[in-house]
Structure formats: structure tokens, C-alpha cells
Design a protein around this ligand. Structure first.
Ligand code: GLU
Length: 220
């Protein structure tokens, strides 16, 4: 059975691109789901979530109930992080945005991905005792995926895009954040965990997020 989902974040009103993505998912799916991607509490607003339901209703779409809201899923994200951590694929990152920008500005050649320059890997190189001391001192940290180690572990990956096999390039984004300093999850992590949980078989999303498939395939 083809299972699809429309997974908007209630951070603003839906636009025409969202409408197209929702219609595409609804038409393609024998089972069509709606997921509210609301982990970023600072940017999400209840009135935008209400507007999503109203707009999808207006479009004549019908989705399976209940709607999954990502704010109810933090235990599952934690479990996924624990699994990756037990494989040695995560590391704490203490860097601020400013420190990362400075490091990149000084780098001779900083690789770039779809979300901008790659994280330079500063905290990946920290010795274990330094990590422990900084955590014990109460420093805030994000969790990053060691993408190179993860990619080596799983080997070649492909995905199907419009009936054609595409080679995944999991290094495209560099060491992505899987748990933010302020939120114990991230977009890539939550999407992958929930697509698996909801048994989604066909991902549909805006072209602007197409590249995300490469890193999400690795996480799968
Ligand atoms: N929540 C994401 C957004 O609203 C889309 C999720 C996805 O389809 O991967 O842009």
C-alpha cells in the first residue's frame, strides 16, 4: 500500500507550494496522512495549525485521523538518538553560530551544502575528557552526526525518485545537527523517525527540500 504524508510546520500560513505538495501526496497515497511538524515551539503558533486544517479542508482533502504532532514524539526521538549514540555516531557540539562562522571564515576551503557551509568539525575532534568536563560544567550542546563514520558504516545507498534510482550523497550537508541546543531533536531526525513510525512508503515534499532526502536516507 502506498502511504504518503503532508508534513507542514505551523510557522506561517500555507502557500501555493504547500497546496500543491498536499494535493500531490493525497492523490498518490492509498493512505494519506497529515503530520504537524511543530518541534520548534518558538516559531510554531496554534493559529497557523488551525489554518492548516481549514485550508486542507477547503482543498477538499481528507486525511487519516488522528493527526500526528511531533511535539508528542520526543521520547521516540530520544530513543533514536540513543541508538545512534550507542553506535558511536554522535558527538556533542558546544559551538555557537558565531564561533562556527568565524572558523569557516578562516578556513582556506570550506565545503558547502544545500544549507550553506558545512560545520567545520571543531567538536568532532575534541578529546573525550574535554567533552566530559564541558558537559559536567553545564555547557549547552547540540548533538551532531558524524556523517563520514555513518556513511562508511552503511555503504552505498540509493533511493527512487520518479521511478529512477538515485545514488544518495549522505555527505552533502556535512555533520548535521540531530538534537539542537534548545530542542532535543531536529528536522532531519524527526522526519525520519516519524516516516518510519507511520510506515510512509512515498515521501513527497517541496523541491526546496529535495536534497534533504540524501541525508535522511542515511539516517534511515
Ligand atoms: N515540515 C517541513 C516543512 O514544512 C516539510 C517536511 C518534509 O516533507 O520533509 O517545510
Amino acid at each position: 500500500m502506498i502511504v504518503t504524508r503532508f508534513a507542514p510546520s505551523p510557522t506561517g500560513l500555507l502557500h501555493l507550494g504547500h497546496a500543491f505538495a498536499a494535493i500531490t501526496a493525497a492523490r498518490a497515497g492509498e493512505r494519506f496522512l497529515l503530520r504537524i511538524e511543530d518541534i520548534d515551539a518558538g516559531r510554531c503558533r496554534a493559529e497557523f495549525e488551525t489554518a492548516i486544517y481549514e485550508d486542507l479542508d477547503w482543498l477538499g482533502l481528507d486525511w487519516k485521523k488522528p493527526v500526528l504532532r511531533q511535539t508528542s514524539r520526543f521520547d521516540a526521538y530520544r530513543a533514536a538518538l540513543d541508538g545512534l549514540d550507542s553506535l558511536g555516531l554522535l558527538y556533542p557540539c558546544f559551538c555557537t553560530r558565531k564561533e562556527i562562522a568565524e572558523e569557516i571564515a578562516h578556513a582556506i576551503e570550506a565545503p558547502h551544502g544545500p544549507e550553506g557551509p558545512h560545520y567545520p568539525g571543531t567538536c568532532r575532534k575534541l578529546p573525550d575528557d574535554v567533552r566530559k568536563a564541558r558537559i559536567a560544567a553545564g555547557e549547552q550542546y547540540a548533538l551532531r552526526l558524524d556523517v563520514r563514520a555513518a556513511a562508511e558504516r552503511v555503504g552505498r545507498l540509493t533511493f527512487i525518485e520518479h521511478s529512477k534510482s538515485v545514488d544518495a550523497d549522505p555527505l552533502l550537508f556535512g555533520d548535521v545537527v540531530l538534537a539542537r541546543k534548545d530542542i532535543p531533536a531536529s528536522y532531519h531526525l524527526a522526519v525520519v523517525v516519524d516516516d518510519a513510525f507511520q510506515a510512509v512508503t512515498l515521501g513527497t515534499r517541496g523541491e526546496d527540500l529535495f536534497a534533504a532526502t540524501h541525508i535522511q536516507r542515511l539516517l534511515q
